[in-house]
Design a binder for this molecule. Structure first.
Ligand SMILES: Cc1cc2nc3c(=O)[nH]c(=O)nc-3n(C[C@H](O)[C@H](O)[C@H](O)COP(=O)(O)OP(=O)(O)OC[C@H]3O[C@@H](n4cnc5c(N)ncnc54)[C@H](O)[C@@H]3O)c2cc1C
Length: 377
């Protein structure tokens, strides 16, 4: 096994605090929403050995564990009472190459966009449509990131994980990851049980440009034989023009998933809302589900009248209503309250329950306490 996913575990004495572990750490710069919350303990782990020490530390202290990458898909709703471990393991390896196909493995702490750029520069093609998505390599299988006609499940060949119970390193193939729309086994029955150490991707030497996404095809219509570099540049340009930069305006990208409806529900809605856009849905096997359609949550939020609405320091982004933003000093309670009001209004108007894509931490009563205190103000 190669460098960045090997290492042994020393025993830890009770009461010992690893030198790389910090106490009462402000998480504001560790989440792209820019929400203020404190981690009881926080560490960045650069090796499997450090990760195992951190896991042992939290087990001895009987503390909950949160694994964090770039913090671009989380909303801290309260202080975190346990150990936050930020994955900082790096390394990229070409594992195999045969004909047009190659397997490239990247460590979980690598920055995703930097890895996409690295692959493009080395002539490893396939990831271009997923350029400029914030966060780490280790997080991409968690919600099966997707954009501009590509989902990462199309490219993942294997995921190397550490089992938090046994401490063993294991490899899951793509099928075992049970990828779905913004979903995987890591958000389901294996949540909290596996830490992603590295991800292997099946990429190609011969460019296979994917222009299935209409806006991307339109952006490249003036180029006769678009290459992966053109796709990369176009995706970066479109994203930059549409989405707020978290370094300027705190956000976590799409706050809600695009809802999937039965065709019958959609047909009923179309009688009252003729402009409702509907898209085909692909199943776990990659084939189309005839009786299901996906509708854009942004359209529903816009038609429900929430585009640009401000609540305290939280707001619905004017150019893209699927994104909730922190205007400067928003609290999680303000963002949760805004999200809940949008969900209630969309449900009332369209009988559709929006599901958050962003992971609320913790996903339990602490949010209720915060929102309740906000509503009393
Ligand atoms: C401006 C903006 C645009 C975005 N656009 C897109 C988009 O187009 N498509 C899309 O799919 N997403 C998008 N996102 C969401 C986000 O970038 C992705 O979900 C990304 O993969 C999250 O990576 P992260 O490292 O920041 O994860 P984090 O936010 O740190 O973590 C997310 C979840 O994954 C878990 N996790 C993280 N790393 C590991 C690990 N190594 N092992 C186990 N669990 C782990 C965390 O516990 C948490 O539950 C966008 C976000 C922003 C801010």
């Amino acid at each position: 096994m190669s460098g960045f996913i090997s290492g042994s575990t020393p025993g830890l004495a009770t009461g010992f605090v690893p030198s790389f572990m910090r106490e009462n750490v402000d998480l504001r710069t560790s989440n792209t929403f820019g929400i203020r919350a404190t981690a009881r303990y926080f560490c960045a782990v650069h090796s499997l050995q450090e990760l195992r020490i951190a896991l042992q530390f939290r087990r001895i202290r009987k503390l909950p564990l949160l694994v964090l990458g770039g913090g671009s898909n989380v909303l801290f709703c309260a202080d975190y009472p346990g150990v936050v471990v930020r994955m900082a393991m790096t390394g990229i390896e070409l594992l195999a190459e045969q004909g047009d196909e190659m397997i490239v493995r990247a460590a979980g702490g690598e920055n995703w966009h930097a890895f996409v750029e690295y692959c493009l520069q080395h002539g490893y093609y396939g990831l271009e449509n997923l350029a400029l998505i914030p966060g780490s390599v280790g997080a991409v299988p968690i919600q099966n990131i997707g954009a501009y006609g590509v989902e990462v499940r199309d490219l993942v060949s294997a995921v190397t994980v550490l089992d938090t119970g046994t401490g063993e390193v294991e490899t899951l193939n793509a099928e075992q990851c049970e990828f779905g729309y913004r979903d995987s086994v890591f958000k389901g029955r294996l949540q909290g049980k596996k830490i992603v150490l590295a991800v292997s991707f099946r990429l190609h030497r011969q460019p296979r440009v994917n222009l299935s996404y209409a806006a991307l095809a339109q952006a490249l219509a003036c180029i006769s034989d678009p290459q992966p570099q053109d796709v990369f540049a176009a995706v970066c340009a479109i994203r930059t023009s549409k989405l707020p930069n978290p370094a300027v305006l705190g956000n976590a990208g799409s706050f809600f998933k695009n809802p999937v409806l039965t065709r019958a529900h959609c047909d009923t809605l179309l009688q009252s809302f003729a402009g409702l856009p509907c898209y085909p849905v692909s199943g776990k096997d990659g084939g189309l589900c005839a009786d299901l359609v996906k509708v854009p949550a942004a359209w529903l939020i816009d038609k429900a009248g929430w585009k640009g609405v401000v609540l305290g320091q939280a707001a619905v982004y004017e150019q893209q209503p699927l994104v909730l933003v922190n205007l400067g000093n928003a609290t999680a309670a303000e963002i949760v309250a805004l999200a809940r009001q949008i969900m209630a209004e969309v449900e009332r108007k369209f009988e559709i329950r929006l599901e958050p894509e962003v992971q609320w931490i913790p996903a339990d009563g602490a949010i209720e306490d915060n929102v309740a205190s906000l509503n009393k103000r």
